[in-house]
Design a protein around this ligand. Structure first.
Ligand SMILES: Cc1ncc(COP(=O)(O)O)c(C=O)c1O
Length: 461
């Protein structure tokens, strides 16, 4: 690839578009500038959570409100929201059944470390929907993964987990590795890491069956943790037969399989697992499962439960390393029940799937029209444009496909055209309340941005 281009676009052109879009952003957000442009007092780095600085705008706008798939800022701008809280609000902001459940529960106590009647329904609904008999509720997907991995180690008596290069499963220590020249190393950005994570994990490329087989052959891997589709770098889809081999080889090696559906729940009401007949031993879902109220769930098979019981019978009581005080609180159970019963419905998913297909086709048509060598990938309601040729096969290819400066320019340009997409990569989610007009507007905005980057390229080269 030409060193003076990114995604086929000259760096000079990208810089010019970015600079112009940042200027527009500032002119569109004077109130946010006055209130938060120098950082919000009292907060490290000027924001309540440092990821809020990871957007491409010079300073974040302050949100005034959000409803359905539209978000309003304090400057009076409205955005069609395709970021949807990076999946936390993938069923739309404040779904009415969730709001009603929160209102009902709010006057009756929020947390008591005891179950409510909602728990009776939630347990039944989780087992029915995802096909696993045993469940626990946690507060974040990170926590759920951490607890599930602890169980995997406990019941197998093995020390290591296996992760796929380029994965993200939350801030779970033993998943913070990557491959560098074929060797596992701690992720370089990791702060305060006192242990060498390569002692806790093996790393192989997604879709690489021989490497997986070789890694499992050591006999020390308690659990493979996998997203069914890699969504946390540029999107990587599984090759035909990969999941069958993953399951066959893990069973053969006595290794448990944890499927993390936190993002791939975009596939359907039972996630990718149900849609494609996967058979995980452990299952995790976080982010949107309570409609935006912090909550996650993790489930497991009878066999895992039986082995866990046996381990617990041999272990002194207290401090299991699993659970947090506010987990499974009454508010989150009420919200989760409403989400499972009334929001994550087959009808909602049918709408999401059809519109996401339309969005992907619209974006691909723009890519084709302007002859940029990019591509569009999709898993259900989750769509991504990638500023490199595809399809991608593994984490190394996904990392190489990233074009941060170009992506930043596109993100802020879309924002200035009233369309919000996820900041970390080029992810767009279609919710049950996203309208065809919103999808059409995003495609047209994308076209206008690609045109500003790619038109008359010959005259730049
Ligand atoms: C697949 C997957 N698992 C887990 C997580 C962690 O979620 P949380 O940050 O809510 O703990 C994420 C976050 O992006 C994710 O993408």
């Amino acid at each position: 690839m030409n060193a003076d281009t990114l995604g086929g676009i000259p760096l000079q052109r990208i810089a010019a578009v970015f600079a112009a879009e940042r200027e527009s952003y500032v002119s569109l957000h004077p109130r946010s500038l006055a209130l938060a442009g120098q950082g919000i007092a009292g907060f490290y780095q000027g924001v309540p959570m440092h990821w809020m600085r990871d957007w491409s705008m010079p300073y974040p706008f302050l949100v005034e409100s959000a409803r359905g798939a539209v978000l309003h800022d304090v400057d009076g701008n409205a955005y069609d929201d395709f970021c949807l809280g990076d999946t936390g609000s993938m069923f739309g902001h404040s779904p009415p059944p969730v709001v009603a459940a929160i209102e009902r529960q709010a006057g009756k106590g929020l947390t008591y470390m005891l179950p409510t009647e909602d728990a009776l329904e939630v347990g039944r609904l989780l087992a029915e929907r995802f096909g696993l008999p045993h469940w626990q509720v946690a507060t974040t997907a990170t926590d759920a993964n951490r607890f599930a991995l602890r169980v995997a180690r406990a019941v197998t008596g093995r020390p290591k987990v296996l992760v796929f290069n380029g994965c993200y499963h939350g801030t779970v220590d033993e998943t913070f590795l990557r491959l560098a020249n074929g060797r596992a190393v701690n992720r370089p950005g990791l702060l305060g890491q006192a242990t060498d994570l390569t002692q806790l994990a093996r790393v192989v490329e997604f879709n690489d069956v021989p490497a997986l087989q070789a890694a499992l052959a050591h006999g020390d891997v308690a659990c493979v943790i996998a997203e069914p589709v890699m969504t946390n770098s540029c999107m990587v889809l599984p090759e035909p037969g990969f999941h069958d081999e993953l399951r066959r080889l893990t069973r053969q090696a006595g290794t448990l399989l944890l499927i993390d559906e936190t993002h791939s729940i975009s596939t359907g009401p039972g996630g990718y697992t149900r849609a494609h007949g996967l058979e995980p031993d452990l299952f995790v879902l976080g982010k949107p499962v309570a409609g935006g109220v912090p909550a996650s769930v993790w489930g497991f098979t009878d066999e895992v439960a039986r082995r866990l019981d046996a381990v617990r019978a041999q272990t002194p009581p207290g401090h299991s390393g699993m659970g947090t005080t506010l987990s499974a609180n009454a508010l989150s159970l009420a919200a989760m029940r409403a989400t499972l019963e009334q929001v994550m419905t087959p009808a909602a998913y049918a709408h999401m799937e059809a519109l996401a297909e339309r969005l992907a086709a619209g974006l691909q048509a723009v890519v084709d029209q302007y002859e940029v060598a990019w591509h569009v990938a999709r898993v259900g309601a989750r769509v991504e444009f990638i500023c490199a040729p595809g399809p991608l096969h593994n984490g190394t290819e996904a990392e190489a496909a990233h074009a941060p400066a170009l992506e930043q320019a596109i993100h802020i340009a879309l924002l200035n055209r009233g369309c919000l997409i996820a900041p970390f990569h080029n992810m767009m989610l279609v919710s049950p309340v996203t309208s065809p007009a919103q999808v059409e507007k995003l495609v047209r905005a994308f076209e206008s941005v690609v045109a500003s980057l790619a038109l008359d390229l010959d005259s730049w080269q």
